[in-house]
Design a protein around this ligand. Structure first.
Ligand code: FAD
Length: 416
């Protein structure tokens, strides 16, 4: 526990002086009590009660998804205004300037309350782009963009992948040509999550056409309503269209929108990919206790608990969840001790997607034909949205194969 006294100047009345972590948490709990209902413990999950959705990507129309994002933003804004939005972030950028341990403790407390579920566009804005702009932006860019991002007043998307550049991102070919004080962007991006709801894009372009691979790439900030940008949603096998193709034709942006030095875009991108992996180890998903409790309840409901194969699969799922939590704890402890993010990022991402794969296998065994035929029965066919969505996360944020390459080469020191 921290014995230091943290004096906060711009927190609401009653929170002018925060002393110990325990006091901080007690105030946080009071605030949460006043703003969200408590979540029922998963152990008390009643079969047939409430929503049975376990979707990883939602099957929503444009308007429904916009409403979902707005709900998530409203929660982030309420938290920000109360001083809980970006607890470990510097105060000048909308944070509370408290240690990371306070943020982690708040997150654990918050998970006991029923709050708006998150959306990948919000995660990209808060966890990927905001820390990148803080790390690489100049003073003017940090002052202009970071605070509205942390409050989700403005939403961002990440324009990295292209039809010919995914895992091999360094082969990207979207061009940025210098024209006086401006840059002119031409090319195509793909799989851009949330582009249709974003105010700004963080884009990687090739600025030196004679360069190859990692050299000659530069990062930019591009307003998504700039003339020459066309966003075309892609329909996914889970039904919705959360990602898009983005076409750029003669898009003009000022040099003031360049993020980092010309030619240093690869270094900027690597910073973001590090934040992306770190965000996975703190997120929810396939290995979470809530998911395990649901699978276990499903097995009980269908009378499959005595089946040795199902029992074995359930035990594997439980162990996966515990290992994942411990890995996240180890990553947190390393950061708390002042270390830099380590291999836990890649390992955590693999554990997360492996947990989803095992969950998919287990529910497929339990459900059989119920997984593919919608009989209207609560808590059964709903799992199809989990099973179909899990494949996306095995690819997003660096595919499983690429994570294994990283672990092999950088952690185990194996040859390429
Ligand atoms: C849900 C989701 C959200 C996404 N959101 C965004 C976004 O917001 N912004 C953005 O820019 N991109 C986004 N992406 C794109 C994502 O980053 C890419 O899909 C990913 O990097 C893989 O690239 P690719 O699809 O071109 O596949 P490829 O790179 O063509 O890979 C195809 C297959 O080959 C394997 N492979 C490739 N290279 C190797 C290798 N060296 N060794 C072993 N196996 C290899 C891969 O693992 C994969 O199985 C998203 C993707 C998904 C699924």
């Amino acid at each position: 526990m921290h014995s230091k006294t943290f004096v906060k100047k711009d927190l609401p009345p009653g929170r002018s002086t925060v002393t110990e972590l325990a006091e901080f948490l007690s105030q946080a709990e009071q605030w949460l009590e006043a703003h969200a209902p408590r979540r029922k413990p998963t152990a008390e999950l009643q079969w047939g009660e409430g929503s049975d959705s376990v979707a990883l990507f939602r099957n929503l129309s444009f308007e429904e998804e916009r409403a979902h994002i707005d709900e998530t933003r409203a929660w982030q804004q309420a938290k920000s205004d109360a001083g809980y939005g970006s607890i470990s972030w510097p105060e000048e950028y909308g944070g509370a300037g408290l240690p990371l341990s306070y943020e982690n403790a708040f997150r654990r407390l918050e998970s006991g309350f029923q709050t708006a579920s998150t959306h990948e566009a919000v995660g990209i804005t808060l966890d990927l782009v905001a820390p990148t702009v803080l790390a690489w932006g100049d003073d003017a860019q940090r002052a202009r963009y970071v605070r509205p991002m942390r409050r989700t007043d403005e939403m961002w998307c990440q324009l990295f992948s292209e039809p010919g550049a995914g895992s091999d991102l360094a082969s990207l070919s979207t061009r940025a040509r210098r024209d006086g004080d401006e840059w002119v962007l031409d090319g195509q991006k793909v799989w851009t999550s949330g582009a249709q709801y974003a105010d700004f894009g963080y884009i990687l372009c090739r600025t030196d056409p004679t360069s190859e691979r990692h050299a000659g790439i530069t990062a930019f900030i591009v307003p998504m309503d700039a003339p020459g940008i066309e966003v075309r949603p892609l329909r996914q096998m889970t039904g919705g269209s959360s990602f898009n193709e983005v076409f750029l034709t003669d898009v003009r942006i000022p040099d003031a929108n360049r993020l980092g030095p010309v030619g240093d875009g690869w270094k900027v991108a690597i910073t973001t990919l590090g934040f992306e992996r770190a965000s996975v180890t703190k997120g929810g998903g396939g290995g979470s206790v809530g998911t395990f409790m649901r699978v276990s309840a499903l097995s009980r409901h269908l009378g499959r608990n005595d089946d040795p194969v199902v029992r074995q699969q359930l035990a594997g799922l439980y162990i996966d969840g515990r290992l994942r939590a411990l890995t996240a704890q180890r990553a947190g402890a390393r950061l708390k001790a002042g270390g830099v993010p380590g291999p836990e990022g890649s390992i955590g991402k693999l554990q997360w997607t492996e947990g989803m794969r095992r969950t998919s296998d287990c529910v497929s065994t339990i459900l059989g034909p119920r997984l593919v035929a919608d009989s209207g029965e609560w808590g059964t066919y709903a799992w199809s949205e989990f099973v179909l969505g899990a494949a996306g996360y095995r690819i997003a944020g660096g595919s499983d194969e690429i994570q294994k390459n990283i672990i092999a080469e950088r952690v185990l020191g194996l040859p390429r």
